[in-house]
Design a binder for this molecule. Structure first.
Ligand code: FES
Length: 115
């Protein structure tokens, strides 16, 4: 059941509006809290990426990590992830969830799995 006009849903999931397009500048990471999910949104070459905002190692803030192209380095102990697919750079194992993300009319929306 949806309770906000910002939300839309279909059988594949629901889109949640999380902020303004201007909230995430080029090469920046910004953390959004949506329900119980912490999501890190990055902009690289104008494109948005969204991954889990909590590091798989010990919970560091992924959005505060340094971004080098599509590689983000966790600020706590240096684990690195590919923000395109959530894989750990060293092990190639997917360790962060990734989310579809889009911009509509100046808003950033993230798609969450249907619950
Ligand atoms: S908490 Fe991210 S590398 Fe340790």
């Amino acid at each position: 059941m949806l309770n906000s006009s910002d939300n839309s849903a279909n059988e594949a999931g629901r889109w949640e509006s999380v902020g303004k397009s201007t909230d995430v500048g080029e090469k920046q990471g910004v953390e959004f809290l949506v329900g119980s999910d912490v999501v890190a949104v990055f902009r690289q070459d104008g494109k948005l990426y969204a991954v889990d905002g909590i590091c798989a190692h010990q919970g560091g803030p992924i959005a505060k990590g340094a971004l080098d192209k599509t590689c983000v380095t966790c600020p706590w102990h240096g684990w690195q992830y590919n923000i395109e697919n959530g894989e750990n750079i060293l092990t190639k194992r997917k360790m962060l969830r990734t989310f579809d993300v889009r911009e509509i009319e100046g808003r950033i929306e993230i798609k969450f799995a249907a619950s």
